[in-house]
Design a protein around this ligand. Sequence first.
Ligand SMILES: C[S@@+](CC[C@H](N)C(=O)[O-])C[C@H]1O[C@@H](n2cnc3c(N)ncnc32)[C@H](O)[C@@H]1O
Length: 200
Amino acid sequence: MPGYDVFLTALLLIAAAFCLSIAIVQAITGVPPLSSTVIEAADVVTLLRQANLAEQAVIYELGAGWGSLVIALARAFPNAEIRGIELSPLPYWVSRLRTRHMANVVLRRGNFYHGDLSDAQAVTCYLMIKPMPKLARHLDQMLKPGTPVVALSFWFRDREAAASRESAGPLGAAALYHWPARKTDQGPSLTQPGQTPGTS
Ligand SMILES: C[S@@+](CC[C@H](N)C(=O)[O-])C[C@H]1O[C@@H](n2cnc3c(N)ncnc32)[C@H](O)[C@@H]1O
């Protein structure tokens, strides 16, 4: 059946293109599209609750991946607006599909370094070691002083975490910062060597 063969070939080509796009974006960003677990997402929510966000806060999820953390945030903060930004096309479209009925979610495909984050009332991220220093500098430019930032697994070196949560699992710890969270010389930081989370 030639029609069936053409359909199957087209399907395979589309699947291959999406797989290739994941590999290319990962090579550019240095970050694979891993999802946060339910427990990790719950820790991020707990830390944001500690930050006493406004009811209708604008929360940016930088690198929204397949949408797991966006969904957890949208459920935990139903009156907030969750803005997810994701560069990789396949994860982006899957997260669009997963959040299609969530009125408080806005997803954008693109590079979070290229968008305006100045109206953020909170930021979350689950990235890797490599982008953390660059992201810290970007947030320095973008965020109002005191904006809560929660980093999952990979923390900001040279910044002082105000609180942290140790999830079960090898990488799951999350840290809350009140940006720019510059370290003073007094007192121990929560990001000391020997802790589980990766740091920049
Ligand atoms: C480890 S995943 C985390 C996914 C999601 N935040 C979660 O917790 O389930 C990180 C995502 O960030 C995306 N990413 C990395 N750098 C990015 C950038 N500069 N702009 C947009 N997305 C980026 C990657 O493509 C990847 O999907």
